[in-house]
Each structure stands twice: as structure tokens, then as C-alpha cells.
Design a protein around this ligand. Structure first.
Ligand SMILES: Cc1cc2nc3c(=O)[nH]c(=O)nc-3n(C[C@H](O)[C@H](O)[C@H](O)COP(=O)(O)OP(=O)(O)OC[C@H]3O[C@@H](n4cnc5c(N)ncnc54)[C@H](O)[C@@H]3O)c2cc1C
Length: 395
């Protein structure tokens, strides 16, 4: 029986999956987490009497690794698939954006731009050869093939909203992966479906952690030196120094009011303080949430952004004021519960020179971080895939 001691720094789903896999092989695993609770970007909290993710989460039918882990952990009965719906706010109003008919009706683009945009989606969905997109920026590629107008109206607000000053440096490989891998999340009728775990994805973290020795805030930051001297193997999931990350901020609130019939809303307006509005309960219904609607307003910001310094109240004021502008019926008095969350390391920046950080960094030290996910966008499916890969590597 293998009884070698493993230390894992960080109890996100990546670290926990690696711990779970290694403990199955007989390793004795201790996980050190700097926060009060486990889960990292997928950590949970309570609202409307239910466990919710601190920031919006769903999975895709193509997310094979996480689906298989959910099965293995005995949670598959809770995984439900729901028809998704998307809307775009563009300068003055919301437009449905769910397929060819909506695209044809979308008045912000001329017919030729719509045609080119449709073809580009199809092309990226079917083209498997992502290598050729590595060295070209998403900005240049989209401008060339979908045209300048489609870039300005659809893509630039998304790229800028997500990557800020890096927006025109992001590799086309990243955008290819988003469209290519997610395009296959369809039901039998060909409609886009998204998966959600009844009771929240946090249950996965709890199940993974069950047989591991998890130490939260104890010590808050174990040094690599101490870990390497006390343990046979160390897996470090902390942010990597040579990688540029961007942060994320969101407000979650519950309200009796329903503001939309759609689940996902891209806010394509440079004046908006948030990038997306997600009416979570428009995916699975609000029956399980005491009849309340759950909303996420979210955005990505540089790590030195004022949102990491100002009070929650200031963020709420700015964001709710803007929400009233785009949804005049929004009544703040009907907001039941609200919570602001901030994440300093939410997304790595994949430029055209991106180099995947190595896994083995010392004689007995390994690295496991979502920055190793490439070209796919980081997501819980790939965090699990990477963790399993590393556990295999360790043997
Ligand atoms: C806004 C947003 C929306 C998202 N939506 C989706 C979605 O819909 N679907 C999807 O699949 N994915 C989504 N993701 C991505 C998903 O949440 C992540 O890919 C995944 O949770 C990353 O897990 P991880 O373990 O790799 O990293 P993390 O969750 O970042 O885990 C790292 C852990 O290390 C801890 N740590 C850091 N420093 C130290 C230290 N010094 N000592 C001890 N511990 C430390 C952190 O506190 C954290 O718990 C979203 C992410 C964001 C930000």
C-alpha cells in the first residue's frame, strides 16, 4: 500500500480532484487552503435558502470529464440539462440572440455582416485544427473574416469587457476553443442546453474533500519550503508568477421581480460596469429558491482595479444604477438578499506568445493551475482533466 505523503496547496476543484485521485491510489493527502472555505472560484454560499455558486456556473454536454466525475461521486441524478437562452444588450436595448433567426433580425448589423458572422461561427465549430490560430490575435482574425462591423458590435465589447488592456492581444486559439468546444452542447432537437447540479456545484467539492485532510486558514500560507520538507510530494495550485491573470467581481441578488425571459445577457456597452447579467433561475426555474429569482451581475477587471478597494456599497450603487438604466422596471426595494464577491485570479491571459506552464517544477514539486489549460477556456471540466492528468503523471 502506497502511504507517501502529499501536500496540496489550494482547495479549488483542481487541487481537490488531484487529492481525490491520489488518495484513491493510497497516498495520504493534506490540502492547505488560505480561505475559510474550500472551492476557490467554485466556492459556495447560501441565498434564498439554497447553496449557490459565488459566481455563475453551468456546464456543457461536451464537458466529459466533469460529467464522469459527477457520476463517480454519486451525484449524477442531480445533474439536469436545461435549454439555454441568450440576449445581447447593444447600446439601447436587449436583442434575443439564439440562432439564425435572431441573427437575421438583429438590426445592428447589415446583411453582409450577418452572413459573414454566421459563416464564421459555422467554420469555427467544425474546424478542428486550432494550431493555426495560435499566432494570430482574435481581433485580427475576426476583423478579417467576420468583418469590422461584426467585430465592433459583437466581439470587441466581449473581448474588452473580459480582458481590458489585453483585449487586442488575446490569441484566436482562445476564441476558437470557446466556440468549437461549446458548440456541441445540444439536445436532440438541436437546441443549446446547459447543465446545472441541483443543489449547486459546491457538492462536488464537498464530496472530493470528504476523505482528505483539509486545513483551511491553518496555516494561511504554507511555505513551499515547509511543504517540501514535510511531505514526499507537493502540488502547488497557487497563481503562477510568470502568468498574467485578470480578476472578477460579481453581485448576486435575489428578488421576487423577474427582469427577463432569458438566462444569459451579454451587456455590449462600454459604459456598463458589468459584462453579463445572468438570471440564474431562468435556467432551472425558481421553485427551489422559494419562488425568488436569482441574478448574477458580473465582470472581469484588472487586479489593481478600484473594485478590489472600494466598499460593497459603492459597487452596488454603481451597478444597480446602471441596471435601472437598461431595465427601468428594476426595483431595488424588491431586492431581498445581495452579496458582492471578488476574485483576484479569475482568468489567465492567453496571448499569441502563450507558453503553457510546466507541471514538474522541482524534484518532488508539481504545479497545477488553470493557466495550464490551453487552448480551451479555463472551466471546471478542464480543471478536473488537468488534475487527473497530473495524478497519472505522479503515478
Ligand atoms: C466569473 C466566472 C465564471 C465562471 N463560470 C464557469 C462556468 O460557467 N463553467 C465552468 O466550467 N467554469 C466556470 N468558471 C471557471 C471555474 O470556476 C474555474 O475554472 C475552476 O473553478 C478553477 O479551479 P482551480 O482549482 O483550477 O482554481 P481555483 O478555484 O482558483 O483554486 C485555487 C485555490 O487555491 C487557493 N490558494 C491560492 N493561494 C493560496 C495560498 N497561498 N495558500 C493556500 N491556498 C491558496 C485559492 O484560495 C483557491 O481555493 C468561471 C470562473 C469565473 C471567474
Amino acid at each position: 500500500m502506497n502511504s507517501r505523503k502529499v501536500a496540496i496547496i489550494g482547495a479549488g476543484i483542481g487541487g481537490l480532484t488531484a487529492g481525490y485521485e491520489l488518495s484513491q491510489k493510497g497516498y495520504v493527502v493534506t490540502v492547505f487552503e488560505k480561505e475559510k472555505e474550500i472551492g476557490g472560484l467554485l466556492s459556495k454560499f447560501e441565498m434564498a435558502g439554497k447553496n449557490l455558486e459565488k459566481t455563475y456556473h453551468h456546464i456543457f454536454k461536451t464537458d466529459k470529464e466533469i460529467i464522469s466525475l459527477i457520476k463517480e461521486l454519486g451525484l449524477i441524478d442531480k445533474l439536469k440539462w436545461y435549454k439555454s437562452s441568450t440576449s445581447i444588450y447593444s447600446t439601447d436595448k436587449f436583442y434575443p440572440f439564439n440562432g439564425v433567426i435572431d441573427l437575421l433580425k438583429f438590426e445592428k448589423l447589415d446583411l453582409i455582416s450577418k452572413f459573414r458572422l454566421g459563416l464564421v461561427y459555422l467554420w469555427l465549430k467544425f474546424d478542428k485544427n486550432w494550431q493555426k490560430y495560435k499566432k494570430i490575435t482574435a481581433t485580427d482574425w475576426i476583423k478579417k473574416w467576420a468583418g469590422k462591423r461584426a467585430y465592433e458590435i459583437i466581439w470587441k465589447p466581449l473581448l474588452k469587457g473580459k480582458f481590458h488592456e489585453y483585449y487586442n492581444k488575446v490569441s484566436m486559439a482562445w476564441l476558437w476553443a470557446r466556440i468549437h468546444t461549446r458548440g456541441g452542447s445540444k439536445n436532440e432537437k438541436g437546441e443549446e442546453v446547459l447543465g446545472y447540479l441541483d443543489g449547486g456545484f459546491g457538492q462536488i467539492n464537498n464530496k472530493l474533500a470528504k476523505n482528505l485532510n483539509v486545513k483551511t486558514l491553518c496555516p494561511s500560507d504554507i511555505s513551499l519550503d515547509r511543504a517540501t520538507s514535510d511531505f514526499d510530494i507537493v502540488i502547488d495550485t497557487r497563481p503562477i508568477k510568470d502568468v498574467d491573470y485578470i480578476g472578477a467581481v460579481d453581485i448576486v441578488f435575489s428578488s421576487k421581480q423577474s427582469l427577463s425571459n432569458y438566462y444569459w445577457h451579454n451587456i455590449n456597452d462600454f459604459k456598463s460596469p458589468f459584462l453579463v447579467m445572468v438570471q440564474h433561475t431562468n435556467l432551472m426555474g425558481n421553485k427551489n429558491y422559494n419562488g425568488k429569482n436569482i441574478y448574477y451581475l458580473g465582470t472581469y477587471v484588472p487586479q489593481n482595479h478600484k473594485y478590489f478597494k472600494v466598499s460593497d456599497k459603492e459597487i452596488e450603487k454603481e451597478w444597480f444604477d446602471y441596471l435601472k438604466k437598461i431595465k427601468p422596471e428594476f426595483d431595488e426595494k424588491q431586492v431581498w438578499e445581495k452579496k458582492v464577491f471578488r476574485f483576484k485570479n479569475a482568468q489567465h491571459i492567453v496571448t499569441t506568445n502563450y507558453k503553457v506552464p510546466s507541471y514538474k517544477v522541482g524534484e518532488k514539486t508539481y504545479r497545477l493551475n488553470f493557466a495550464q489549460i490551453y487552448p480551451e477556456d479555463r472551466g471546471i471540466n478542464f480543471a478536473v482533466k488537468e488534475a487527473k492528468k497530473l495524478a497519472m503523471m505522479i503515478g
